[in-house]
Design a protein around this ligand. Sequence first.
Ligand code: FAD
Length: 281
Amino acid sequence: MESQKKFPRTFSCEFFPPKTPEGAEKLARVREALTAGMQPAFFSVTFGAGGSTQQGTLDTVLAIQAAGQEAAPHLSCIGSTRDSVRALLERYRAAGVRRIVALRGDMPSGMREAGEFRHANELVAFIREVTGDHFHIEVAAYPEFHPQAPNAFRDLENFRRKVQAGADSAITQYFYSLEAYLHFVDDCEGMGLDLPIVPGIMPITNHTQLARFSDACGAEIPRWIRKRLEAYGDDRAAIQAFGEAVVSDLCRDLLEAGAPGLHFYTMNRAEPTLAIWRNLA
Ligand code: FAD
């Protein structure tokens, strides 16, 4: 973990693009509450598989920038062409965006054409090729390994490809095992990778939703957490109190170990993230 301690800490929040004008208004209030409560360095905005939320992502990014805050659009390349990515990069550059989360993404069901990019390292290389050093490029990291990786070491090698292609920093998939993160960072250090690897933090507020996400993305919910969440049943207040305590402890341990910040998967809600934040004060 030594390499991580030299980086300034960055605290950031993630949103997904709202689908309706009411959702956009609500998200503006969430953003204001998060800004007042924790002043995140930037708000990142997800990008639907295959570009399905392209306009929504752009609109949300523009709204954040217009409010005087830094926005970081996610950009997934699967199913895209070089021309379409170049055009999007130009729009972001014209809007004053300086940070991009560069991803492969997942093929939407029913979509056959993989497009002109196969993996995120190709997207990172392309962004550098066409925009030089304009953007700070974030990439995804997987302390519990990507579900499609043939094995852990190949996944680490593939992570190295993204870094060597020009990534500036990484944000991890969420996890609830401190050790998974510490080992991942140690492996990266062992490979000579020198970039901030910021833990992605998923507040726990809803057991069914968390179980569904975790199955899909390969994040493990430790048995003791799962069993307790199951036992709480429909008692939302108990789930939230337990989740807040567990995730606050994780965040505290991560920062004490030297993590260079935290990236909160807010699910477009302010309070679960702010509750954890207050516990860290
Ligand atoms: P890659 O880095 O390309 O890795 C994908 C798989 O391919 C891995 O198994 C890797 O080992 C392997 N691989 C990588 N490079 C190579 C190579 N050169 N040769 C052979 N194998 C290789 N999804 C969205 O749709 N929209 C979002 O906005 C979004 N935001 C995210 C934000 C974060 C912080 C994270 C952690 C994930 C996000 N995702 C998002 C999910 C992500 O798109 C999926 O996890 C996707 O399956 C992988 O994307 P990647 O960029 O990590 O891919």
